[in-house]
Ligand binder design. Structure first.
Ligand code: NAP
Length: 334
């Protein structure tokens, strides 16, 4: 691209060290954008920077950040200002899945995930959006997922929750920025080739999925960029498979889908490093080793209803817990 340097625009891409973020960087470099690349793995970002400078004469700034740190978005903004750069195009892409039942995973892991996939997304838009609107040009591309349309899943419970946030947030922001020159979209990929499922620890299971279920990163990026340029959206879904799936997900009642989701064990197994040390064991979940004592006159007169309910619960719950433990490690949603 022969765009004169003064007319060149700059894109900030989070999670640019791998997968969709790296593909986005390559695409925008070829389109004549300069880049600010961020993620935790600096070596990867610098290598990508060299590749793109050589291929497209792109001016690349690498600013490492761990977006799980609540201070990271402001620190990133301060470094961008210090380098006298501006952000015309923001790609909120960094993300990952945390498999395992909600209560089996350490709180810090859950909290960090919400910080990276939700709070940082909103805060970066909050930091850079106003200047885009003032200049009359801006692009905010938030990478959500088809999981945003899934009304509940067991295992990895926060993933559809945070992606639904990204979807709704993007829709609202697109409405607020209408007629300002700032285009906002939520991109909802289905299963996409990247390191996502390696990080989640379920690559082997995921590789068993048929090829028509898979998207490639450049396809997702091309669809996203064309849509945001044209002011389409605000919700963008790639490929007929996922367009059909999302249509079905919107037609079938949520309660029915949630019940179907409760039979799935695809995201059941927590990664060893994420596991809570000790799980609080509700009294009702303890296996009954002894025969229940016949209720004494005293206990019956004092708390008859509670006793009855507790004994029913204790008869059912151990089986459920045992099921959880035995659940095979399997595919996660993306
Ligand atoms: N692949 C799929 O099937 C799929 C489907 C739907 C949606 N998505 C979404 O697409 C986005 C990109 O995922 P991907 O598939 O490209 O996965 P990926 O290949 O694993 O890339 C994830 C990127 O996020 C960065 N990241 C992770 N934790 C971070 C942190 N704490 N701070 C800063 N950066 C962090 C990683 O960089 P570092 O490790 O170097 O920090 C990496 O660059 C995610 O939001 C994901 O939820 C993926």
């Amino acid at each position: 691209m022969d765009t004169p340097p003064t007319l060149r625009k700059t894109a900030l891409i989070t999670g640019a060290s791998a997968g969709i973020g790296r593909d986005y960087a390559r695409y925008l470099a070829a389109e004549g954008y300069d880049l600010i690349l961020t993620a935790r793995r600096t070596d990867r970002l610098e290598e990508l920077g060299r590749e793109l400078s050589d291929a497209f004469a792109t001016q690349v700034n690498v600013i490492p950040a761990d977006l799980a740190d609540p201070h990271a978005p402001m620190q990133l903004a301060a470094e961008i200002a210090k380098r006298d750069l501006q952000v015309d195009y923001l790609v909120n892409n960094a993300g990952y899945q945390v498999p395992g039942f909600f209560d089996q995973v350490r709180w810090e892991v859950q909290r960090d995930m919400m910080q990276v996939l939700m709070t940082a997304v909103a805060q970066l838009a909050h930091i850079f959006g106003p200047d885009m609107a003032r200049r009359g040009f801006g692009r905010i591309v938030n990478i959500a997922s088809v999981a945003a349309f899934v009304p509940g899943q067991q295992g990895g419970a926060l993933y559809p929750s945070v992606k639904a946030f990204v979807l709704r947030f993007s829709q609202s922001l697109a409405t607020e920025y209408r007629d300002t020159g700032v285009h906002v979209i939520a991109v909802c990929p289905g299963f996409t080739w990247s390191e996502f499922h390696d990080v989640a620890g379920n690559r082997t299971q995921m590789n068993k999925l048929p090829s028509f279920m898979w998207l490639d990163g450049p396809r997702v990026v091309t669809d996203a960029h064309k849509a945001v340029e044209a002011g389409r959206g605000p919700v963008i879904i790639s490929g007929w498979v996922y367009k059909t799936l999302v249509t079905l997900l919107q037609i079938i009642p949520d309660n029915l889908l949630a019940r179907m989701g409760s039979r799935s064990v695809r995201n059941a197994q927590a990664r060893p490093e994420d596991r809570r040390e000790t799980l609080p064991t509700p009294a009702a979940a303890k296996p009954q080793t002894k025969a229940r004592k016949p209720a004494t006159k005293k206990s019956v007169t004092k708390k008859p209803a509670t006793k009855k309910l507790a004994s029913k619960a204790s008869a059912k719950k151990p089986a459920k817990r045992a099921e959880r433990k035995a659940a095979p490690k399997a595919a996660n949603s993306s």
